[in-house]
Design a protein around this ligand. Structure first.
Ligand SMILES: [Fe+2]
Length: 319
């Protein structure tokens, strides 16, 4: 496969299917110390489901974890291959002891690991079981959100890496290096690391090769990652990426979708994970910075239905 020109800049956001809205507020805001930067609704399908965005103070691309709390629909995901199995955040070197104690105080058991020369803690979302890591690094690129729950010196500074678990290696390796124009930067046990753009934290994708693992769920279903989005500068570049990736035979690329705060295209990768290339519009289109995440934002045609939608979701949020 030929290598396409580099058009993607780094990790933009990850979207997870979780349990309840309050469970996500408790975990992402009150334990991990992220800011709730937007509360809106899932754009797909007819049933209202929250779409919650967590990140640093402005919700910079590269810091954004988003969730669909899906428990009330009764769909449970099966963890397996073909999924983003772990979301990794960057924290300063020297902060892991504090994090281990902090997580333990909240009943979360964290395992100390060492990978690609870096120390990390691995743990799970206490409500839906999704995998997370915090990785100690002095190369993080983002300003942290100053939260009342985590001292600034230890705060999360955007993404470090995402781990994709695959039961076939070669085709996804080929896709990452050539279609997604990433660079292989090394191997560690079952893991192979790739980076893009200027490299380093918030550009890493790790493949974890697990040949005996069964395929996991792809639908919106509690306890799995739905997709990972990569940053792309503008719509022209996005169109060129789609044109060329389709030319390699990956023709199951979506049309451009307007997601309110991004314009996005999606492709099902040969490893099974759904990848997105997102052009940022930003979070200030419907509320100012001081009020980000405070109230439910819906597109104009739904505005008079907000009380009804909230009642139907029956998934209250207390910040
Ligand atoms: Fe997305």
């Amino acid at each position: 496969m030929e290598k396409l020109p580099e058009r993607l800049n780094g990790l933009h956001h990850i979207t997870l299917t979780t349990g309840t809205a309050q469970g996500d507020i408790n975990f992402f805001v009150k334990i991990l110390g992220l800011k709730l930067v937007k509360r809106t609704l899932l754009y797909d399908g007819g049933e209202p489901v929250y779409h919650l965005y967590f990140g640093n103070s402005k919700g910079d691309p590269g810091t954004l974890t988003t969730s669909f709390p899906m428990r009330r629909l009764g769909r449970k995901g099966r963890v397996g291959a073909g999924q983003i199995s772990s979301t990794g955040y960057a924290v300063p070197i020297g902060s892991l002891d504090w994090w281990k104690t902090h997580l333990s105080k909240h009943g979360i058991e964290a395992e100390e690991q060492h990978r690609f020369g870096e120390d990390l803690l691995a743990f799970r979302h206490p409500e839906c079981g999704l995998g997370f890591e915090i990785v100690a690094t002095d190369k993080a690129k983002f300003e942290p959100y100053v939260s009342e729950y985590v001292p600034a010196e230890y705060s999360i500074r955007g993404f470090h890496n995402w781990t994709c678990t695959v039961n076939e290696f070669e085709d996804m390796d080929d896709f990452l290096r050539n279609a997604w124009s990433m660079r292989n930067v090394g191997e560690d046990g079952s893991y192979t690391r790739y980076e893009m753009g200027e490299g380093g934290p918030a550009t890493y994708v790790d493949l974890d090769y697990q040949p005996d693992l069964r395929q996991g769920t792809w639908s919106y279903a509690e306890g799995i990652a739905h997709h990972g989005a990569f940053d792309i500068a503008d719509l022209e570049t996005q169109s060129a990426l789609k044109f060329d990736v389709e030319g390699l035979g990956f023709t199951d690329f979506s049309d451009r979708k307007h997601r309110g705060y991004f314009e996005s295209i999606y492709v099902r990768t040969p490893g099974g994970m759904l990848f997105e290339a997102a052009k940022t519009i930003g979070f200030l289109v419907d509320e100012d910075e001081a009020h980000l995440g405070q109230t439910l934002q819906v597109s104009p045609q739904f505005r008079d239905q907000v009380p009804e939608l909230l009642a139907r979701m029956n998934d209250p949020i207390e910040l």
